[in-house]
Write a protein that binds this ligand. Structure first.
Ligand code: AKB
Length: 319
């Protein structure tokens, strides 16, 4: 990414989008980062630079914005996540796939446009090795979201090979941020728990206490995303999607960590349909290829993330 890049973010009001718009506007300047979302928004993403209401399923509208601003990079973040997608499978499939095809086809016609598209640990399934899940392994996802991400990965690689589209991707684990709310995923508990710990001193968790999942603090996720987009094209040897990892924990372990700061915090467990989704996903991820190919390295672990989350949320809530 250079100062001359003009960046388009589709799905800017979502969990990653909100944080990424703010970060890229710091790096590039407000006017260089065009934020769009399917619904009108208020707040920093509208106030800090250009904002448009755009539906990613409307390929002509997306292409018009790209032409208007001479966009050189697109971050296509609009999707239905794992839990929401299970409630509306056909719409999830349509949104997750049509949106991706629209962007890939625009970049096929204009190969100067570089694409970032997020995949997820949801591409793995119950038959995948759960610990240190390798980059290349059995992938039989059991959720609509996972199926759409796995299909999307195959299409990204296909457009790269066949049409020279410069598309780059990361399989995000659960993401944790104090700036943005999670958007209907199975890992959302790891954000909700911090808010409830500060607001109510107690949290009812929708996963069992020993359900370990891979997670990452948002500043690390943004660094991974931006480093991958900065990397020289020949370093990006995987054009489906890269495993990346930060930390792994279960609800009991994170509640013990929160208790180091808030000793009276309590947690109860009432697993729902998301438990089965979580059990089909890896517990930890082998991301050695991202480390070797483009130098990925996380900065935060569970302890440093918990301290930072609580400090920033306290400041926001003025508790
Ligand atoms: C979800 O839980 O659906 C997402 C993801 C892991 O992709 N956070």
């Amino acid at each position: 990414m250079t100062k001359k890049d003009t960046v388009l973010i589709l799905g800017a009001a979502g969990q990653i989008g909100t944080d990424l718009v703010l970060r890229l506007r710091e790096d590039l300047g407000g006017s260089q980062v065009i934020a769009t979302d399917v619904r009108d928004q208020k707040g920093p993403i509208v106030e800090g630079g250009p904002f448009h209401v755009v539906d990613v399923m409307d390929g002509a509208a997306v292409a018009a914005i790209i032409n208007k601003y001479n966009v050189t990079q697109v971050y296509h973040l609009a999707a239905l996540l794992s839990a929401t997608a299970e409630k509306n499978p056909m719409f999830a499939w349509k949104l997750n796939m049509e949106g991706l095809f629209n962007i890939l086809d625009i970049a096929k016609a204009n190969t100067a446009v570089k694409i970032f598209w997020p995949s997820s640990i949801a591409v793995f399934g119950p038959t995948t090795p759960r610990d240190h899940t390798p980059q290349n392994t059995i992938m039989e996802p059991s959720t609509v979201y996972g199926i759409s991400k796995q299909a999307g990965e195959r299409w990204c690689e296909y457009y790269f090979r066949k049409h020279k589209v410069d598309v780059r991707s990361i399989r995000y684990p659960g993401l944790i941020s104090y700036k943005s709310a999670p958007g209907g995923g199975t890992t959302d508990y790891a954000v909700d728990i911090f808010h409830k710990a500060l607001e109510a001193g107690t949290y009812e968790c929708f996963l069992e206490k020993n359900t370990t999942l891979p997670m990452m603090y948002m500043p690390d996720a943004l660094d991974a995303t931006i480093s991958l987009m900065h990397a020289a094209a020949d370093k990006v040897k995987i054009r489906s999607s890269y495993n990346v990892a930060g930390m792994s924990f279960d609800p009991e372990t994170i509640s013990n960590e929160i208790r180091k700061h808030l000793p009276d915090f309590t947690i109860t467990y009432k697993p729902d349909f998301r438990q089965a989704i979580a059990e089909s996903w890896p517990a930890s991820i082998d991301d050695s290829m991202a480390r070797e190919h483009w130098g990925w390295k996380e900065k935060f672990n569970l302890a440093t993330m918990t301290t930072d989350m609580l400090m920033n949320l306290k400041a926001q809530k003025v508790i």
